[in-house]
Design a protein around this ligand. Structure first.
Ligand SMILES: [Zn+2]
Length: 206
């Protein structure tokens, strides 16, 4: 739909809620607790995160993100794509989380289908989505140089390694360390921008 949008922007859009969240946890505006077994996949209890993860706020962030993209880049397909990606975080988190996803900022209603209580299904679903996404990006772009090729391979390998480390590793010691580690997600946004600068959209032949 929008092959010109940088992989870095795509990462920032789909992860926007999770990029905002560690900062809000540090500021004390949102609350997370360590609770091994909260779901079988994550040891985190998301006590309160209405600004980063409510349906209402993700609609707002989605529009803000799309408008900012349009103001800077002027592409309509790109703006719609990144806007939809920002909101897709809500849908995917509702599918995976236990019922802890707020609908409004201060309402009591919380949604969640708890896919994370089924590790096998989680692993199959998330792996399939990752493989489809990585394949799609690799097939609609091609490398300009060696960095475009090796940088992408290294990015994919690191994401896979971190995924399994989080799945099978020990729970984090406290919520502050979760917030600090959460900020490291920005490094992957930068990494994706860097890789994308060394790749270009593949011209489709008819
Ligand atoms: Zn999230």
């Amino acid at each position: 739909m929008a092959p010109a949008v940088s992989l870095g922007t795509l990462f920032m859009a789909c992860q926007f809620a999770d990029l905002l969240w560690p900062t809000l946890v540090m500021l004390g505006l949102e609350i997370v607790e360590i609770d091994p077994g909260n779901t079988l996949v994550t040891p985190l209890n998301f006590v309160k995160y209405p600004y980063s993860h409510s349906l209402v706020m993700l609609l707002v962030w989605s529009m803000v993100f799309a408008l900012c993209y349009f103001a800077i880049r002027r592409g309509r397909a790109g703006a719609i794509t990144v806007g939809v990606l920002v909101f897709s975080h809500y849908i995917l988190d509702v599918i995976t989380h236990r019922p802890d996803m707020p609908v409004t900022i201060d309402g009591e209603t919380r949604l969640g289908m708890g896919l994370w209580n089924y590790p096998g299904t989680t692993l199959a679903t998330e792996s399939a989505m990752f493989i489809i996404g990585a394949t799609m990006y690799a097939s609609v772009t091609r490398e300009r140089d060696r960095i475009g090729k090796l940088g992408l391979s290294a990015l994919v390998a690191t994401l896979v390694a971190i995924y399994f480390a989080a799945l099978w590793g020990p729970p984090p010691p406290n919520s502050q360390s979760v917030a600090i580690a959460g900020h490291l997600s920005w490094l992957f946004v930068l990494w994706a921008y860097w890789v994308d600068r060394h790749r270009q959209p593949r011209v489709r032949r008819r």
